[in-house]
Write a protein that binds this ligand. Sequence first.
Ligand code: SF4
Ligand code: SF4
Length: 498
Amino acid sequence: MSNNLSRRKFLKVVAGSGIAGFGVMVTGCKGESPGGKGWIPDQYQGKGDFPVALKGRVSIAADNPSIERDDEKCILCGQCIEACEKVMGVYGNYPLPLKKEVACVNCGQCSMWCPSGAITEKRNIKDVLAAIEDSSKHVVVQTAPATKVSLGEEFGMEPGSIVGEKIVGALKAAGFDAVFDTCFSADLTIMEEAAEFIHRLTKAQDEIPHLTSCCPGWVKYCEYFYPELMHNLSTCKSPQSMLGAVVKSYYAQKKGINPEDIVSVSIMPCTAKKFEAARPEMEVDGHQDTDFVLTTRELAVLLKYKKVDLTKVEDAQYDSALGESSGAGRIFGASGGVTEAAVRTAYFMATGSNPPDALLEWKPVRGMTAVKEATADIPGVGSVSIAVCSGLKNARDLLDGIKASGHSKWQFIEFMACPGGCIGGGGQPKADASLIADAKLKRIDAIYREDVNAPKRCSHDNAEIKAIYKDFFEKPLSEKAEKYLHTSYTNRHDRLFD
Ligand code: SF4
Ligand code: SF4
């Protein structure tokens, strides 16, 4: 952005601004690699030279739906600034004085890095408990793929333990009326997004490169900093919001339940999902798609409050209609998963055949690397060039490169705000600094084991997906699908910039 400040100039302005929320002394950052050493900062790991220099902190607006700070716990160590600036590319990338709002994409990475526990997610546990205890309400809950490979850590299990069926048993024991799988709606997202991508490739080239839209932190980042690319964003709602929309329409009709009486809860690895749930665009027929979002960490608190021990609970199965998932839906939780899943179904939509084995084990798009590149050869469509990016600072570098060169060499780009994708989300279990990198790799490994072990590997083979199109949506991108499953975006640029 031409009106961005350089870091040096930004800090100079901050130091002289007196804006509440910035510390008394703002120093430059050290050279350590951001995000690579877990959430406990260097100065706490060995030498014990506490107290550290005061370095300031990020501003958090009182009405931020995702995170909050307990000022009594804040030690002004500046770790939240490190995360917000160096990992997410937000702090330091807008001018001061602040304009219409405090810049925040709600990612929660600052909560992962805050050593004193001052920053946490804004909790909705009491709201959900009240809904469960209200007998007039039908409370449904969905569980995200990344939560199914991480919640066990909160109960002393090894990172990478797959606990999906245990979570279903635990949620039923805790009193939820129906438990659905976000991997089902990830399959639904893929049906819509693959069809949309093929349409853009063949008939709407001005909307290429196609940018994924399932990560709410990335979407808000695009709205703040790259509004000129909003028309390249997929119009598909995220799996969270798609599932909420079909719960209050298709499922409500099937069960004969008034949508007004349904409370739609989601369990997510992500604090930005709380922001997404509250977006005015995420409603249909006057019903908000998602009523409450709990992070993985909040779910652990809720289950412990309800005295449900995940290690002892009986396994249970997801409820029907919105409970079946393919391997493609299960890999959404890792960076590259959306891309791999979309390519599997785009291949089928273009050729009428399932993809070859190489595209079912598509290694170039997997793993923690910041930017991965790959090419998919799809008969009838051609050679599709793809990039997969996680970590918003990496997204900034990639997009600024495209802007500088004037063109994109990629036709499809997946963006995930958090490094490694949702497995590293801001609502995930925290771990000791020496263990967090290993924990993330084990969560990724578990995600791909889930895929390999799935009876069906492709979204279009999911029997409940076939049923919802036969009984309700007719076909991808139909008028009804557009109404319930697609959305629009809001240009937020002028909230930060003149
Ligand atoms: S990381 Fe936590 S303790 Fe440190 S300045 Fe930020 S809010 Fe305060
Ligand atoms: S939630 Fe993300 S964008 Fe917001 S202050 Fe924290 S690190 Fe920065």
